[in-house]
Design a binder for this molecule. Structure first.
Ligand SMILES: Cc1cc2nc3c(=O)[nH]c(=O)nc-3n(C[C@H](O)[C@H](O)[C@H](O)COP(=O)(O)OP(=O)(O)OC[C@H]3O[C@@H](n4cnc5c(N)ncnc54)[C@H](O)[C@@H]3O)c2cc1C
Length: 507
């Protein structure tokens, strides 16, 4: 898909323009209550670190912010060293209209990674059923020949969803927040966004007139590579997946996780290497804050009290195990629904191009991203040639005839037998098993709440609309604003309807 450069620029200008006038112009209101003294964030992934950044922005320098991290800062943004280089193994690509990620990178003095040209093919279990050409016109004609206007219409459909999606940046710039994921979706796209989230992508696209063969051949490979799932994911996350197949995708030079460490240090948050075991509601009028956070660090169990707490880790089986006590109604440790396993295997080896049904000389095989159709028994979702997190000067990706680093996404760990079919030889293999993103195959209606209690919030509820770095950042900003608005009783800044029309006059 091609994202018109001009449209991007106009949207970014609108966003930057509203940055100048938004918060000063409309959002600030006289503060009625003393600022909170201490806040805790559970989780140091992009969600938790963005929350620290935005909480500091909302509440100022006086508040103490503690971030608890049980594993490694970055969470699902992680890199691995293999074949003499460092490579992304978790969240890797960022859309050109992800304005929070863009802002973070600018603000922290980081750089986007240098661009390396890529070429995509689709493997149907026997052969490459689609091969991208270097020539736009050839791709265009091939698509037109096989699928009529489906391809252009898909581009327009994704653009129309994105147009509405972009409204959130303006709302946030003006200080508006939403107390549930559904209200946030509704503010962006009205009933149409809720309808999207309650139907499968397949249902939505068939109803829009897309053909079943286009869905099977082109759309399913995209949902498989981006979410490890079929076109039966819901329509909203499906649109996000399709946007993730646009041109202009980027990554952070040196690794995406640098944004997390950068945000934590910029926000002057204290990172506590500890696993949070329980959050207890003590007393609304307690002098030092009503929430007691119990944690386990290297020296054993400890606790601390806070005025505001944001949980920035999925509250789901296998992701975290936090007990909530003293709350009425009770808060569960795990919400319904499960996270989907994606195994990310890095192989430093020589590809067997004939596994892909290609008779091409490996030296001429130039596809960097091989997506797959929903073919029973295939065992993989995608195969990509990886470039390091920092691109050396004069870098040219090695051809497939040489040993290089490949990333395979699969639902299960790769069996030795499959590895032998895919690679002629290898000298290193590294496997990361992720509970990567929610399992979206069931209807969407089970979204957990943002607000768990008066001043206790849940950032990863947003993942049930779509999981992506930018979604966590949007949720982080929403919760920082919501926490601020609720703390100071600024009800007029919460859950406002029809903001799009009302704010149009302000620009
Ligand atoms: C393989 C893979 C590929 C992906 N590809 C992309 C992509 O290309 N583009 C994109 O935008 N997104 C992608 N994503 C999704 C993206 O990575 C996530 O949506 C995002 O990183 C989630 O960030 P988070 O901070 O909300 O959660 P996490 O990154 O999961 O952070 C939660 C943190 O909380 C910590 N924690 C958990 N329990 C506790 C506890 N009790 N006490 C203290 N700490 C705790 C964890 O250790 C973790 O560090 C991908 C994800 C995976 C796994």
């Amino acid at each position: 898909m091609i994202m018109p450069g001009r449209a991007i620029c106009v949207k970014i200008l609108l966003f930057l323009g509203s940055c100048q006038i938004g918060r000063e112009g409309l959002a600030s209101a006289p503060e009625l209550r003393e600022q909170p003294k201490k806040m805790a964030i559970v989780g140091g992934g992009i969600g938790g670190s963005a929350a620290a950044y935005f909480l500091r922005q909302e509440f100022g320098a006086g508040v103490k912010i503690d971030v608890f991290e049980a594993g490694t800062v970055g969470g699902r943004l992680a890199t691995h060293d293999i074949g003499g280089g460092e490579f992304e193994v978790g969240g890797s690509i960022i859309h050109p209209l992800n304005l929070h990620m863009k802002h973070f990178v600018d603000r922290l003095g980081l750089q986007p990674r240098d661009d390396v040209t890529s070429k995509m093919a689709i493997f149907d279990g026997k052969e490459l059923s689609f091969e991208e050409s270097n020539w736009f016109i050839i791709n265009f004609l091939r698509m037109l020949w096989r699928y009529g206007l489906n391809f252009i219409r898909m581009h327009m459909w994704v653009e129309s969803v994105l147009d509405k999606f972009m409204r959130i940046y303006q709302y946030q710039q003006y200080g508006y927040s939403f107390s549930s994921v559904d209200r946030l979706l509704h503010a962006m796209g009205g009933d149409s966004f809720l309808a999207l989230a309650n139907q499968t992508l397949e249902e939505v696209m068939l109803a829009e007139g897309f053909s079943q063969s286009f869905l099977n051949d082109i759309v399913a490979p995209v949902t498989r590579v981006n979410y490890g799932q079929s076109v039966r994911i819901h329509g909203f996350v499906g649109a996000v997946a399709l946007a993730g197949a646009s041109s202009g995708l980027w990554a952070v030079d040196g690794g995406n996780k640098r944004v997390c460490t950068g945000l934590l240090s910029h926000s002057k948050a204290q990172v506590i290497s500890a696993r949070v075991t329980a959050i207890t509601f003590k007393n609304r009028h307690s002098k030092n804050g009503p929430y007691e956070v119990n944690y386990m660090d290297q020296s054993g169990p400890a606790h601390s009290v806070y005025d505001i707490v944001i949980v920035a880790s999925p509250l789901h089986q296998g992701m975290s195990d936090i007990t909530f006590t003293g709350f009425s109604p009770p808060i569960p440790s795990h919400f319904p629904g499960r996270y989907h396993q994606t195994v990310s295997t890095l192989v430093h080896g020589r590809l067997n191009v004939s596994y892909l049904g290609s008779s091409e000389n490996p030296a001429d095989f130039r596809f960097s991203d091989v997506l797959t159709t929903d073919h029973k028994g295939l065992g993989i979702h995608s195969l990509s040639s990886l470039d390091p997190v920092s691109i050396p000067k004069g870098y040219v990706p090695p051809p497939a005839s040489e040993k290089k680093v490949w990333k395979v996404f699969s639902p299960q760990p790769l069996a030795e037998e499959l590895l032998k079919q895919m690679f002629l030889e290898w000298d290193d293999v590294s496997e990361s098993r992720w509970l990567a993103y929610p399992s979206y195959s069931t209807p969407h209606r089970r979204t957990p709440p943002f607000v768990l209690h008066d001043h206790l919030y849940y950032l990863n509820a947003i993942e049930w609309s779509a999981s992506a770095m930018e979604m966590s950042a949007i949720s982080a900003r929403n919760l920082a604003l919501l926490a601020h608005n609720r703390w100071h009783g600024q009800e007029a800044k919460i859950n406002q309807e029809d903001l799009h029309t009302r704010l149009r006059g302000e620009l």
